[in-house]
Structure formats: C-alpha cells, structure tokens
Design a protein around this ligand. Sequence first.
Ligand code: PHE
Ligand code: NA
Length: 460
Amino acid sequence: MDNRATFNSRIGAVLAAAGSAVGLGNIWRFPCETGAHGGAAFILLYIGFIITVAVPVLICEMALGRRSRTNCYATFKRLSNSREVSVSKPLALLFYLTGAMCVLAGFVLFSYYSVVAGWTLGYTATAGVGGMMEMTVEETGRAFAEFSSDPVMPVVWLVAFVIITAGITVMGVQKGIERGSKIMMPVLFILLLVLAVCSLSLPNASKGLEFLFCPDFSKITTDVALSAMGQAFFTLSVGIGCLMTYASYFSNEENIVKDAFNIAAIDTMVAIVAGIIIFPAAMSVGINPDAGPSLVFITLPNVFNQAFGATPWLCYVVTLLFYLLLTMAALTSSISMLEITTAFVSERFGVRRRNAVAGIAIVTCVAGFACSMSFGEWSGVTVFGMGLFDLFDFFVAKFAMPIGGIFMCLLMRKFGEKEVTRMLTNDGRIDLGCFPKVFSFLVSWVIPVLILVIFVNELL
Ligand code: PHE
Ligand code: NA
C-alpha cells in the first residue's frame, strides 16, 4: 500500500486516461455501430448518453478508485465495508460480485480487442512492405475476408499485439503506461486531422457527411438505444473498473471532475473525426456504411489509393502511418485493460507484477484465438445466436458496463452528499459551485434508473 505507484504528473495522468478512452472504440467500433444503427440519429443519442450517463459514471468510478487506492475488486469490497457507509449484507454481496465481474470483463475485453488490434498490426506490416498499393475495392475486400478468416495469420498478430501490450504494462505505471501515452497520444491527434482533410477532398464526400450529421429519428428503437448507451460506456472505458484502477494512481490534487469532462471531450472529438474520415470515404468508393467490422480495413486503403494514387510514395506513407496510429491507439487502450487484471492479480494474490502480466497474457492469447476463429472456421459456433467475438462484445458493452455503472452509482450514493462533495472537491480545495449537489442527486436516482430502464427494455 505505502509505496503503491502513482502517475508522475497531471498531464501524464490525463493523457493515460485519455489514452485508455481513445482507441479502436472510436476509430473502429464507433463507425461500425453508427453504420449499423442508421447514422446521425444514433450519434445524437450516443452523445446524449455520454453527457448524461457515461461522464457521471466516470466521475464516480475515478472518485471511488482514488479513494480506495487499490484494484477494482478490492475497491468495491473495501469501500462497501468502510466506516462512512452502511451496506446491507445482500447489497454488499452484489458489490463484491460487481467487482469480480469488472475483473472478468477486463479480461474478456482484452481478449477480443486484441483480435482487432492484431488485424491493425498485421495491416501495418502489410502497408510497411507496400502490399496495399494500387488495390481496387474488390481486392481490398477480398484480402480482408481472406485474412480475417485465416486460422493462422490473425492469431500470430494477435499474439504479437498481446506481447507488446504486456511489455509496456510490465514496465509499470510511470515508465510504461504514462510514458507510452505521452508519446503516442499527440502523434495520433495530428494524423487524424491530416486524414480527415484527405477524406473530405474525395468526390461524393458530402453524402458521407449527410449520413453522419442529418438525423432520421424514425431509426431509433430500443435496440438502438441500448447500443448507443453501450457505445458511450465502451468509448469512455467506463463501467468495468479500468479508470477506477488508473485513478487509484492519481494524486490527491487531481481535479477528477475536470478530467472527466476533458476525457469525454477528447474522446468524442476523436470519434467524430474518425466518422468524418470513414463515411465520406466509404460513400466515395461506393461501400455501404453498414459494412460492419470490416469498414476500416476495406474502405481506408481505397481512400488512400484514390486520394494519393498519383503520388505513390505519399500514398505509401499515409497508409502506413494510419495503421501504425490505429495500432498505437489500440495499445494505449489495451494497456489499460491489462492493468485491470494485473492490479487485481498482483494485489490479491501477492504475485509480482511481471508474473501476473505473463500469466494473464497467456490466457488472453488462448481466449483471443477462439475469438479470432469465430471469423473463420468456428463461425458456425454460436451462443444466443452470436459468434464468440460478438458474444464477448455483447457481454462487455451491453451487460458488464451498464451493470457496473449502476453499482458504481449506488456505491457513491452510499457515501451521501457531504462525503461525495468532499471527494470531488478534494476536501474543499477545488470550487465546483453547486455541481456536487446536482451530481449527487443524479447518481443517486436518475442515472441508475435510466440505465436500468434501457437495459431491461432491451432484454425483454
Ligand atoms: N475506450 C476504449 C476504446 O474506445 C476501449 C476500452 C474500454 C478500454 C474499456 C478500456 C476499458 O477503444
Ligand atoms: Na473511446
């Protein structure tokens, strides 16, 4: 406890948290969900959920983590037993279960996330040897279908990605997580902007913008609502103890409320810019925006080929940089996922960080292998009508995160308005006006009920 790690600087802490938030969720899952659920109307709902649900839950999560200064399972356990709160036996059990579910979800998430991250790594290598130049839409489409359903290559890249993640995580909070984020995040922002300009200059770009910004409200159903809420949770890394774990390394001077809004703003901007890159590009080369997980891997190579076909070296550089950065975005997120389970295993069982990371990485590769196979030979194996990959994603984004969010609110509520105010204002050192009051009310009643209603509605 005493010499537990902390982040070195404010900017380091915020960038690490933003690094966790900004990832494949923005550049791959967001366009994919938006495409599948009708475009602009989905985006409006999603932004609504970010502001009214995900950010408040994020604040709870960080406040709880910083207070307990331990892994997410122990946070639920310790805080629900602490002297400031009184929790009945059955509710205490539910808090324990939530803590355990967070650890499990962190593991499940890391496994399937690494599959897609492995693809990005593989594409980086292909782009690096110039293997993606001068391909037509059909060719990139076929290449992706062949690659992702192959039993060997995606798994090799998956394992490589897990090893890189583990390598950074092993280096620890300051030298690994913080330093990695500080280098990778700024580069990512610059490249996103460059790519957005490229995409907007393509013919027919306006059709993509229309899809992105002109809502058709008839498309909203309960399924769309749950998906929008799931995406809001997913993209901010909220509800499974990830930022709870990071916040346990925050200093006592960190302004959690301000950080939460900053993280949400950065993350939302990156998602919208990713949409501006991908949809105009997809429309321009005639690919349907609901193409699913393959969107980023099929449309973008074409965008680059069309936009820069005349200057091959530029095309080469841009394509390579894009996949490199996608991989980096995935990395800053995957280290945060691995940190959930690493903190838990090393603190709960008293094993060394290095051994915890190695053990988790091995199990992750096995689970990731099964996920990867669900795109190929095992595509027929379904549970609740979903392949393994989709099932994992469903469990994390549409089950564990909303449920985790509800219990984080409930635990916060147990502390009462006065204590909550102290947590958010760092014992009164920050002036937040009436925010803590409003916040207490929202997380005590409105938000848990809202999450529950949407959740139950969809499952019925
Ligand atoms: N927020 C990350 C993304 O958008 C995914 C993530 C979820 C990371 C939960 C950590 C925990 O890609
Ligand atoms: Na995100």
